[in-house]
Design a protein around this ligand. Structure first.
Ligand code: NAP
Length: 433
């Protein structure tokens, strides 16, 4: 018998929630056709029920999120963000038999295992496409389209604000403090800016990507994180001179060691050759580059944030969950069967850029080269810049482990020929795609 309707309740009526309501209303006919039954919105839970909310019918608004979550509708869409009460509400929704769609990267990266377990226990769907890279269809391709392949590496620009800032620094030569002030004035920064600039937002997304790509559990605590606050206009200029650009990348990769295998998940400023597809991703756009054994290289590009773009991903999940309700089926659950260990950052294997302020006297180059050689780090290129008090050396290495590079830098700091280690940065994507 045909289903009369699919009931949906919303937790959160902010930027994304409002767009979801608007698009659901505007395209109601399309949703009915695509799902096979009309969607009926039953409630929108917010914190302040008295606030004016154009775009959301006032009779749907309530401030009792837990009651809405527990109401037993077909699908609960969680767009409040944060850990609590979002977790309590999602667990209550599943216990009441509702499938859940969420955009909450913070909660998924911190306690995803618990949510997946509850979805399994209550035989409901849990989908979260909007939690990483906003509008870009990325998680479904990783979870479903690439389920027949082996992903080796995922590397992406997943925080639009820092990409906007780094683009400005690269193209206009401005310093970090100035571009931070500009992003702040434009309202681009999260209310806690450190989520953006210290890399924590990107790290939550990296954990989610790594889990899907490698079928193993990864949480926020497993991610090595470095933000962009130490990137200087000088680093940008040095990168440009070498044909590189600096991006904040989230990188998840599988390491097949001779003794052990595992995954490394890291977020840090990275030098990329300007010819790399990710180097062309400017301003607040997001993009994710995936390397898989059989598929080869794939690139996903688009808007990573904003009400309507994010709502597009939320509504894609909503349609999929609604179709499953109509057909009496379920989408894919969690896949963590590989149970790979998360390896320490010291095992990461990349090329490096090292910028040194050195004394201008004979023997400097030899002492620097010895420090690299003694730690097994091979030098690819050295540029010598300036004279006297301005003497500098810019070194590009071949592939080395993070641990070896760190030991090299420690040794360089102890040399009387090196006045200061000005900058150290990882270099990715040098093997031309
Ligand atoms: P937002 O504009 O701050 O909206 C949050 C909504 O949740 C507001 O309506 C707020 O109510 C409500 N809320 C918060 N705490 C609540 C509580 N305890 N009980 C009931 N309602 C509560 O956030 P947003 O930008 O729409 O983001 C929503 C989610 O989408 C987050 O997980 C975010 O990480 C994710 N996301 C957002 C974007 C984006 O571009 N904005 C992109 C990707 C993912 P009031 O309106 O009364 O304050």
């Amino acid at each position: 018998m045909a289903r009369e309707e699919v009931t949906v309740a919303l937790l959160g009526g902010g930027t994304v929630g409002t767009s979801v309501v608007e698009l659901l209303t505007e395209h109601a006919e399309d949703f009915r056709e695509r799902i096979g039954a009309p969607v009926r919105l039953t409630a929108v839970a917010v914190r302040d029920a008295g606030k004016a909310r154009p775009g959301i019918p006032s009779e749907l608004i309530t401030d009792d999120a837990v009651a809405v979550a527990s109401s037993g509708v077909d699908i609960v869409v969680e767009l409040m963000g944060g850990i609590e009460p979002a977790r309590e509400c999602i667990l209550a929704a599943m216990a009441a038999g509702s499938s859940v769609v969420t955009a909450n990267k913070a909660l998924l990266a911190e306690d995803g295992a618990r949510l997946f377990k509850a979805a399994e226990q209550h035989e409901v769907d849990l989908s979260f496409e909007a939690s990483v890279a906003g509008a870009i269809p990325l998680l479904r391709p990783l979870r479903e389209s690439l389920a027949g392949d082996r992903v080796r590496k995922v590397m992406g620009i997943v925080n639009g604000t820092t990409n906007f800032m780094l683009t400005k620094m690269d193209e206009e030569g401005v310093e970090y403090a100035d571009v931070f002030a500009e992003a702040d004035a434009l309202g681009y920064l999260e209310s806690d800016p450190s989520l953006d600039v210290d890399g924590h937002d990107a790290a939550a997304k990296a954990a989610i990507l790594a889990e899907l790509a490698f079928h193993t559990r990864v949480t926020l605590a497993d991610v090595h994180v470095e933000g962009i606050a130490d990137v200087t206009a000088d680093d940008m200029a040095a990168a440009r001179d070498m044909g590189f650009v600096i991006k904040l990348l989230a990188i998840a990769e599988k390491i097949d060691g001779s003794e052990d295998s595992g995954v490394i998940v890291r977020v840090h400023p990275t030098m990329l050759p300007r010819t790399h597809p990710l180097a062309a991703v400017r301003e607040s756009f997001n993009a994710v580059f995936v390397e898989a054994d059989a598929a080869g290289q794939l690139m996903f590009y688009g808007r990573g944030a904003g009400g309507h773009p994010t709502a597009s991903a939320v509504l894609g999940d909503l349609v999929a969950a609604a179709r499953n309700r109509v057909s009496g089926s379920r989408g894919p659950g969690e896949s963590t069967y590989t149970a790979l260990p998360v390896l320490p950052i010291g095992r990461a294997y990349t090329e490096y850029y090292v910028n040194l302020d050195v004394a201008d006297r004979p023997g400097v180059l030899a002492s620097v080269a010895t420090a690299f050689a003694e730690n097994g780090v091979s030098i690819q290129v050295v540029h010598q810049e300036g004279h006297g008090d301005d003497a500098g050396l810019v070194v590009r290495t071949h592939l080395a482990t993070d641990a070896a590079l760190e030991a090299t830098v420690e040794q360089l700091r102890g040399l009387d020929t090196v006045r200061r280690v000005v900058g150290v940065m990882r270099v990715e994507g040098d093997e031309q795609p």
